[in-house]
Design a binder for this molecule. Structure first.
Ligand SMILES: Cc1cc2nc3c(=O)[nH]c(=O)nc-3n(C[C@H](O)[C@H](O)[C@H](O)COP(=O)(O)OP(=O)(O)OC[C@H]3O[C@@H](n4cnc5c(N)ncnc54)[C@H](O)[C@@H]3O)c2cc1C
Length: 399
């Protein structure tokens, strides 16, 4: 842990981790990225490699099978993976930050002992089921219910767009569900600022498989084709009362806290995407010739790439800043929102510019910049849209 994280003065152990993941991304992830994207197949062999490296356990203590690192270490890994394959990066991000972290933050000791070693090992994946058809940004509009029948929760409803929820190694889905009305620990203010509600929303652990739980057929997405995303249905799903995660009625508030952290992780992934576009463009602009000269010698191209580099760098400093505050135990909500905002926009802008630098080849799916062009849009939507980040920043600014 460090009080100050600068892009030029990273302590050795962080630099070594970044290099190890960079080498893995180049040698293992990059060669199969286009194939999995084309075939919309989940990269089991890559995930297994990441598991062997301990990446799924990066921020968790060794007593739970983790690597004893911190959240910033996870971010560095995400940045390196995001440079070459966003699908692989989001699989790790969702597995750790959304799948396992709620257990680590809010689980009791028995729950942690039962689930964290499996999730930290990467041999099993956890998913985070908050979004529903009628409530993404307005996640407090949850309609899924869980009622107690004796000492058993009975869950009914559906979730939408849930990452890592239908793979062969998915072992757990944590869902938010309405568990009552009013009373203590009632609904918190939602990201959408829609005000106070009366529902009590709790988080409940649903092991996979459980009777009545179904991961419906995967979505046909614009990008992140090798990442696993499903609608989920819950039809009288019965799990023990002890599967309540955290305090009764605090599920929604707890998930918002998880999303604050997750925004730093998504910012790191976005910086990777933005930097990946720069790296591809620098190589290409030196090789591709037009009118007798490498296109990188034309200022129009060189300046475009320079601006891309500046976007990636400034977005990186934004996520380092948010992570440093988080590691120091200081408030970081605004900085996380800023990092997510500028980094996701940097990724999208760089993907568009990189496609331009590549000309017609940039529109061919086999080129990494074309994949970044399709993949990057969701960075401005998932784990809080651009509009949500602006709302949070405006609110923190006193508006
Ligand atoms: C590939 C993928 C993976 C995902 N993975 C997960 C996952 O693992 N778990 C999970 O729970 N969810 C997941 N999601 C859901 C994702 O977090 C939501 O899609 C996102 O939060 C936006 O919600 P929505 O789609 O319902 O859009 P909506 O909330 O309907 O928003 C539509 C538009 O309206 C805007 N808007 C909404 N309210 C306001 C307002 N008050 N003021 C101004 N503008 C507003 C939004 O910014 C957006 O532009 C995933 C989504 C995708 C596409």
């Amino acid at each position: 842990m460090t009080d100050f994280l600068s892009t030029g003065t990273l302590p050795d152990h962080y630099q070594q981790l970044a290099k190890t993941v960079r080498d893995f991304a180049k040698s293992v992830v990059a060669p199969v990225a286009a194939k999995h994207d084309r075939e919309h197949s989940f990269p089991y062999e890559v995930v297994s490699g990441m598991a062997d490296m301990g990446l799924f356990g990066l921020p968790f203590p060794e007593e739970y099978g983790g690597m004893g690192g911190d959240y910033f270490a996870l971010c560095l890994a995400l940045e390196e993976l995001g440079k070459v394959d966003q699908s692989v990066a989001i699989t790790l991000e969702a597995g750790v930050s959304l799948g396992a972290m709620p257990l680590y933050r809010f689980g009791n000791d028995a729950q942690k002992q039962e689930w964290l070693p499996l999730l930290a090992s990467g041999k099993g994946l956890g998913a985070f089921g908050l979004t529903e058809a009628g409530g993404g940004t307005d996640a407090g509009a949850t309609k899924t219910t869980a009622r107690l029948d004796g000492s058993t929760w009975v869950i009914n409803g559906s979730k939408q767009f849930i990452t890592n929820s239908g793979t062969d190694i998915t072992k757990l889905v944590t869902v938010t569900a309405v568990t009552g009305e009013t009373g203590s620990g009632g609904l918190e203010r939602s990201d959408s600022g829609n005000g106070m509600g009366k529902k009590q929303i709790s988080s409940i652990l649903v092991p996979v498989p459980t009777e009545g739980f179904t991961a419906e057929p995967a979505y046909d997405k614009v990008g992140w084709n090798a990442s696993d995303t499903h609608p989920l249905s819950f039809d009288d799903v019965r799990v023990p009362q002890e599967n309540l995660l955290g305090e009764h009625g605090r599920g929604y508030a707890n998930f918002l806290q998880i999303l604050d952290e997750g925004r730093i992780a998504i910012a790191a992934l976005s910086v990777g995407a933005a930097q990946g576009c720069v790296d591809e463009c620098v190589k290409y602009a030196k090789e591709r010739e037009a009118f007798g000269s490498a296109i990188g010698r034309y200022q129009a191209i060189a300046f475009k790439i320079a601006r891309m580099e500046a976007r990636a760098h400034t977005a990186r400093t934004a996520y380092y800043d948010a992570a440093a505050l988080m590691l120091a135990g200081k408030p970081f909500k605004k900085q996380a929102a800023i990092a997510k905002l500028v980094a996701s926009e940097a990724a999208m802008d760089n993907a568009r510019d990189a496609t331009q630098v590549f000309g017609g080849y940039g529109f061919m799916n086999e080129y990494p910049v074309a994949r970044h062009y399709r993949d990057s849009k969701i960075l401005e939507i998932g784990e809080g849209t651009t509009e949500v980040q602006l709302m949070l920043i405006a609110r923190e600014a006193g508006l």
